[in-house]
Ligand binder design. Structure first.
Ligand SMILES: Nc1ncnc2c1ncn2[C@@H]1O[C@H](COP(=O)(O)OP(=O)(O)O)[C@@H](O)[C@H]1O
Ligand SMILES: [Mg+2]
Length: 325
């Protein structure tokens, strides 16, 4: 799901405040992506959940006057009974630091942070290495995943990759991004070295995995402990990215029941009432790729799955707001 939305200004009581990062996108692409985000806003609003879109750069988090504050001009957004939805992926280190300040301020005020379906002190929700640690501890098959150190130490990853992952091919990708951003297939150590050299100065934070030959990517939507829909995504011919935003296509999936069982196990293990789990279908069986919570796209599912997932999402959001946490 994109977070490229136009800011909406009217204060409405109490709303879902959706904090977005339009600075992630080329302004031209931003215009195209707005429609997708608007669909999600319309879904919530049709179901009696008003949404107000705010850009992260317009917010000033603070502790002041005896309370946490999240200022939008003169208004304190923590002062209005709102729930929050915060798009936290970004390629920009400065935005990342700012989003962390916003997250901590919302948490300090005890407000509902809807995308925070995974409760953790740091942003486990979008950290691919942290997801692998957690999933593996629950007995889920995960690929070997190696994090790239920063700056001048970055090449130290190469000896570990050579020793643990073999000669390639590899995938090198940002540790916490979305929509296929920066996901690079490298054929061997030489290309991997160049990729590491190019990404280290950007301070993006990356992981390296073996490139896993696969028959596509499946996303399992788990609500209240049960898999409610499964989407199969396949890269377009000659490509390796299954992201629909990068040209992949979505369809219903009738195969292998293991992905449902494993996804239900994972959702229970991380105590998430709504979790979308992505798997790569390899010859050796499904291998965990990543999870998402409310930000996962479901709009490409065929009916009736699409409506079932939309209903689950709305129910989950309502439950969180009613629980006040
Ligand atoms: N280790 C891997 N082996 C093979 N394909 C991969 C691997 N990692 C990612 N991919 C492909 O790239 C796509 C995007 O990677 P992913 O980790 O899901 O990043 P994002 O969060 O940007 O969606 C996946 O849907 C899959 O098609
Ligand atoms: Mg993905």
């Amino acid at each position: 799901m994109t977070d490229a939305l136009s800011r909406t200004d009217e204060p409405r009581a109490p709303s879902i405040v959706w904090i977005t990062n339009p600075d992630n996108y080329d302004p031209r692409r931003h215009l195209l992506l707005q429609k997708e985000g608007s669909d999600r806003v319309n879904l919530f609003e049709r179901n009696g959940l008003p949404v107000r879109v705010v850009h992260s750069g317009d917010l000033v988090p603070a502790w002041s006057g005896g309370a946490p504050r999240l200022y939008l001009d003169e208004e304190d957004l923590l002062d209005g009974g709102h729930a929050f939805l915060l798009s936290d992926w970004t390629w920009d280190a400065g935005i990342g630091r700012h989003v962390q300040a916003i997250t901590r301020t919302i948490r300090a005020a005890g407000r509902v942070l809807l995308n925070d379906g995974i409760r953790d002190a740091e942003s486990l929700g979008s950290d691919k290495l942290a997801m692998c640690h957690t999933a593996a501890a629950l007995g889920i098959p995960v690929p070997p995943t190696v994090a790239v150190p920063f700056g001048r130490y970055a090449r130290r990853v190469l000896t570990v990759v050579d020793r643990e992952l073999g000669p390639g091919p590899y995938v090198v990708k940002p540790r916490a991004m979305a929509m296929g951003f920066g996901v690079l297939k490298t054929e061997g150590p030489e290309q991997l070295t160049a990729a590491v050299d190019l990404l280290a100065p950007a301070a993006l934070g990356a992981v390296v995995q073996p490139f896993q030959e696969n028959d596509g990517d499946v996303r399992v939507y788990v609500h209240r402990g049960k898999a409610v829909a499964v989407m199969l995504r396949r890269p377009k011919a000659g490509s390796y990215l299954a992201n629909v935003s990068e040209g992949g296509s979505g369809a219903s999936f009738e195969g292998d029941d293991r992905v449902r069982t494993l996804s239900e196990r994972l959702a229970a293990g991380v105590d998430a009432d709504y979790l979308c789990v992505d798997w790569l279908l390899t010859r050796g069986g499904p291998v965990f790729n990543e999870w998402m919570t409310v930000s996962a796209a479901y709009e490409d599912l065929p009916e009736p799955d699409r409506s079932r997932v939309a209903a689950a999402l709305v129910t989950y959001v309502r439950d969180r707001i009613a629980a006040g946490s």
